[in-house]
Design a protein around this ligand. Sequence first.
Ligand code: VGL
Ligand code: ZN
Length: 229
Amino acid sequence: MTIDFATSALLAIDVQNDFCPAYTAVSGENRPPGALAVTKGEEVIPPLNALGEGLVHAGARLIATQDWHPPGHVSFASAHPGKQAGDILDLPGVGSQVLWPDHGVQGSLGAAFHDRFNLHRASLILRKGFRQNLDSYSAFFENDRKTPTGLDGFLRGLAITTLIVGGLATDYCVLYSVLDAVYLGYETLVVVDAVRGVGYPEGSVERAFQAMEEAGVSLVDAKEIGRNL
Ligand code: VGL
Ligand code: ZN
C-alpha cells in the first residue's frame, strides 16, 4: 500500500460526546453516557489523534464532521408522538428513518466534540443534519441522497483524491459517508480500529463492513497507515 498524503484527507466522523459512553464536562466532572452512546465509542480517539498528527505532518488534511441537529429534529423519536427510539418510520422522499433518542442538539454538551479528541490541526469542521426535516448520516449528502453538504466541493478544490476514514458510528455515519465517497470517485480507506458501531438493528455492523468491502473500500488498521508515514 502506498498513499500520497499530499492528496489525502483523514475524515473523522462524529467524535462527539453523545456517541461516547464516557466523557467529561469542560469542568472535568464525569458525565452519564452520551444520549446515543456507541459501545466503546471513545476508543476511536487515540488512533484518530495519532493519525491526525502524523497525516497532517505528512501533508494531508484533517477534516471532522459534527452531527448538529436542531431541537425537535425529525430523527428524534421525541418529535413523533407515540414513537420510541428504535422505531423505524417511512419518510416521504427519504425512505426509512430510524428514530433515535435526542442527540447532537446544536450547542449542547452532548453535541460537542469529545474533549480528548484533538482537533487543533483540523482544517474543516463540517456540520450536518441541521435541517429540521431531513437527517444526514453521510458527510457528503443528506438522507434525501441529493442535498450536498459541500464536502465534495471542498475536497475537489484542494485536489484531494484519497480519504482515510474513522469515527462513529460504523453502521451509520461512517458507512454512508464511505459509500458516498466511493460513489464520488475517492479512493477510500476505512481504519477498522478507529471505528465503532451502534449494532442496531442486530447485525448492522457486520453488514456495514461487508457493504464497504463490496463497494471497493480498503479496510486497514491504523498501523498500516502509520507504516507509510
Ligand atoms: C449517527 C445515528 C444518528 C452517527 C448520527 O453519527 O453514526 N447515528 N445520528
Ligand atoms: Zn444524528
